[in-house]
Design a protein around this ligand. Sequence first.
Ligand code: FAQ
Length: 311
Amino acid sequence: EVKNLEAIFDARIDRDEKIEPKDWMPEKYRQTHIRQISQHAHSEIVGMLPEGNWITRAPSLKRKVALLAKIQDEAGHGLYLYSACETLGVSREELYEQLHSGKAKYSSIFNYPTLTWADMGAIGWLVDGAAIINQVPLCSTSFGPYARAMVRVCKEESFHQRQGFQIMMTLAEGTPEQKEMAQDALNRWWWPALMMLGPLDAESVHTEQSMKWKLKRKSNDDLRQQFVDQTVPQAKMIGLTIPDPDLKWNEEKQSYDFGEMNWDEFWQVVKGHGPCNKERISARVNAWEKGKWVRDAAMAYAEKQANKEVK
Ligand code: FAQ
């Protein structure tokens, strides 16, 4: 009977139908979606921390307002994604527990430090830039709640990317020191941003199955190529240099060739040994523990209200 259900399911995927939470789905489909959607949610939440570091030091009121709004958007994305994930039968408490205990992964990129204001520019421009390239195809992913969440998320990411590029542009047009600060941020964020799109296709264990299920619509390498081709002209436009001596326009393939990434560094960061992994997790655990009294008070209040209604 499961064989039969599986054939019907596969046919629905072939027809590009959306799979909804109450529909039958193979257990592996459910598990792989819980994995990817929860990693994505954790990334949004942990991703607030590097930028949170600069809220009190933004150079003007306008910059501070925009940065605050961006970080709040990220909180919203995290909450959407946790909700989408919960429709697959996992509770939010379990997901938080997985993050806080170090069991769950989140994007490697958020384990790097934010050393100067220019890093706010580089994150918006490069990290949100890479996130959009990865997430636009996810708007047509096969699982309905994930696909629908991505539509709004992508619109907001697009504002974030412009916000970051505008910071970089302003710095690059500024004093020599400001331009140097922008270049230094680009130097530090370029390679981590490329690696954020995941291991090489040849090393990517999930791509083949995820493509069949239309969870992933493009491979890691295709997305990376698209990111490079889109970003190199933007760097040129503002007079900054991509820190890659092997970067070269390839006339034949009509796109850029680029250098090799440091995959040892990537896997070290993914395994928890990046520059800020410990700091990020302890910030989350701390926020959770410090917020306990708020959760307790809200529960006590809700119980009191419920009792009142009975009388
Ligand atoms: N970091 O076989 P694949 C954002 C793991 S949101 C850590 O290629 P898959 C917004 C992978 O989980 C950024 N781990 O895996 C923002 C797997 O391990 P597992 C997050 C990584 O799933 C901006 C193993 O390596 N976006 O930036 C990474 O097919 C600014 C093998 O890899 C998403 O999560 C990595 N970079 O492809 C917020 C998008 N890459 O699970 C604040 C949704 C791979 O077996 C500020 N996710 N791994 O233990 C995806 O599209 C996919 O999951 C990929 C990875 C493409 C990330």
